[in-house]
Write a protein that binds this ligand. Structure first.
Ligand code: 3AT
Ligand code: MG
Length: 335
């Protein structure tokens, strides 16, 4: 593989800012949509509370981490104070309750990797997935949301990257490409690496928030309102960052040896994590460390075929950002 390391950005890069920002703006969910989500959550809380008075419902995923585009499905976690050994039983009961309250397309998927109940609310038109006791996802949602509060360029970059990934068909873990969660971590890591840095490493700072979930200690600095000037000495614009992001993943990242780590705010070596060879189905062809479950590589879904697809898409995007007269159109062309 020829590495075409490119250091010079196209000379008209600033011209791409307003069209890219317009796409970002168009993807932001309107306030009415947020209100409808809260309305559905309140309805579900009422129903759940009747059956399990001590259980709590939490929004997580993109509706709560601030990286959700308009018309996304919402993710909800039903949390109990104790461990639940038979999630199927609870999910079937929950499906029953929801069905009797006229919610639609109610389905309990008890054998999925993350077992859930799916439903559609005919009043708000919102679809949602409810899982049980997935509290780590609630906590990683909070970390992502806190990063987003520090510098608006993270949300802009992640919206563009997610929109690109969905348009180009590389946002499907069941096909060996990456989850939205993985793409957002790639964006955070990338902004931590800019010089001057645009984002800090919250887990490397004084702990102001800490919980232990499933024996994993999740701790970081969450007083992010004190950090709203953090990235101000870096004046890079969204077009420059989108260009550099794709250039990084196309031509600079060392896939053979490096792991990206938001937890440490740096690259770490595959050797250090013992991620140098395939173990079972984990091939570690692109390595993205989960910030809390550090043994978890979010790239583990990627196989020898899909890594090729993914890298060709990064190269295509980098080349579009470098040469195309209208990258804000070509970047998102359906594959
Ligand atoms: P979409 O806008 O729905 O594409 P999302 O952020 O909601 O993006 P997902 O629906 O894929 O992403 O996942 C929902 C949340 O579940 C996001 C994250 O908090 C958690 N999550 C997803 N995948 C993982 C994973 N592999 N490890 C830990 N948490 C995960
Ligand atoms: Mg989601």
């Amino acid at each position: 593989r020829m590495l075409k390391r490119r250091t010079d950005c196209r000379s008209d890069i600033l011209r791409l800012n307003s069209p890219l920002l317009a796409i970002y703006e168009s993807l932001i969910p309107p306030v009415e949509e947020k209100a409808k989500q809260k309305q559905l959550l309140a309805l579900l809380e009422k129903l759940v509370c009747k059956e399990w008075p001590e259980a709590r419902l939490y929004l997580y995923g993109s509706c709560e981490n601030s990286f959700g585009v308009s018309k996304s499905d919402i993710d909800i976690c039903l949390a109990f104070n104790e461990d639940i050994h038979d999630k199927s039983e609870i999910l079937l009961k929950l499906a029953d309750i929801l069905q009797s309250d006229n919610l639609q397309n109610v389905q309990a998927l008890t054998r999925a990797r993350v077992p859930i109940v799916k439903l559609m609310d005919p009043v708000t038109g919102i679809s949602c997935d409810i899982c049980i006791n997935n509290v780590l996802a609630v906590v990683n949602t909070r970390l992502l949301r806190d990063y987003a509060k520090i510098d608006v360029r993270l949300r802009q970059l992640a919206f563009i990257v997610k929109h690109w990934a969905k348009s180009r068909g590389v946002n499907a873990t069941y096909q060996g490409t990456l989850s939205s969660y993985a793409y957002v971590l790639m964006c955070i890591h990338f902004l931590q690496q800019r010089r001057p840095a645009i984002l800090p490493c919250l887990q490397g700072m004084e702990t102001t928030f800490s919980v232990t979930v499933d024996d994993v200690e999740c701790a970081y600095f969450d007083k992010v309102e004190n950090l709203c000037n953090f990235g101000s000495s870096n004046q890079e614009t969204i077009a420059q960052l989108v260009w550099a992001f794709f250039n990084y993943w196309a031509y600079i990242h060392d896939y053979a040896n490096s792991v990206i780590s938001v937890r440490t705010g740096s690259l770490i070596s595959k050797g250090e994590k013992d991620w140098t060879r395939r173990i079972g189905n984990d091939r570690h062809l692109i390595c993205i460390e989960d910030p809390f479950v550090v043994s978890h590589d979010l790239g583990r879904v990627v196989d020898k075929f899909s890594i090729k697809v993914l890298r060709e898409e990064f190269e295509r995007a980098a080349d579009v950002m470098q040469y195309d007269p209208n990258p804000w159109i070509t970047l998102f062309e359906p594959y």
